[in-house]
Design a protein around this ligand. Structure first.
Ligand code: GTP
Ligand code: MG
Length: 214
């Protein structure tokens, strides 16, 4: 039957959160555009990026990345930005211990403001970024990081470098695998146009940004 040639297309809203200057925008630029700049320009509010992934021969994933400014932890908008997200990347800077201390505040903010349709926490991966640089005071062992992630409810963690392109693709693929697994088990998903799947068919995505107008 022609059934096997039908591609399934998913649209996933993925949040990228963490302290000011941790490297969220740089990670997204590396992941989506294979580009890195030393120049720091703080994100204001939220930025967006889209990456289209041919996951396998039957599955296309449109990853809509929401790059939330670090300063938003002190604002009131995160609840709005988090709405209907299905995955999260939480970033800290291994050269700045204070950014690791803020991880649990970000995770709490996330878990109290957004859940999957079935009420469970959205999968979140923890990234210790700037691993190309010397760590200043951040000396958790791999075992301690594993225990920390288990305790705080992260699906896993990676040391990354947006600068040297270390574990950027791997960590995103790891998260997307989990998000896809959740989506395939989620009965609230609705097929659109026969072969396209939307997380929420009532969401009106802007076609200019590459999203679907469902
Ligand atoms: P806000 O938008 O303010 O929340 O910050 P952000 O988390 O988006 O940080 P951004 O990506 O703008 O990076 C901050 C600074 O860190 C920039 O100067 C980047 O060049 C630098 N940077 C980001 N990632 C890396 C990395 O992996 N290694 C090194 N050495 N520098 C990095
Ligand atoms: Mg930024």
């Amino acid at each position: 039957m022609a059934q096997s040639s039908v591609k399934k297309e998913y649209l996933f809203k993925i949040l990228v959160i963490g302290e000011l200057g941790a490297g969220k925008t740089s990670i997204i630029k590396r992941y989506v555009h294979q580009y890195f700049s030393q120049h720091y320009r703080a994100t204001i509010g939220v930025d967006f990026a889209l990456k289209i992934i041919n996951w396998d021969e039957n599955t296309v994933i449109r990853v809509q990345l929401w790059d939330i400014a670090g300063q938003e932890r002190f604002g009131n908008m995160t609840r709005v930005y988090y709405k209907e997200a299905v995955g999260c990347i939480l970033v800290f800077d291994v050269t700045r211990p204070a950014s690791f201390e803020a991880v649990q505040k970000w995770k709490l903010d996330l878990d109290t403001k957004v859940q999957l349709p079935n009420g469970s926490r959205i999968p979140c991966v923890l990234l210790g970024n700037k691993c190309d640089q010397a760590r200043e005071g951040f000396f958790l062992t791999h075992e301690q990081m594993d225990a920390y992630c288990k305790e705080k409810g992260f699906i896993g963690w990676f040391e990354t470098s947006a600068k040297d392109n270390i574990h950027i693709d791997e960590s995103a693929t790891f998260l997307l695998g989990k998000v896809l697994e959740n989506a395939m088990n989620d009965t609230t998903l609705t097929e659109v146009d026969g072969d396209r799947i939307a997380i929420d068919p009532t969401t009106d995505y802007d076609t200019d940004k590459g999203g679907c107008k469902c």
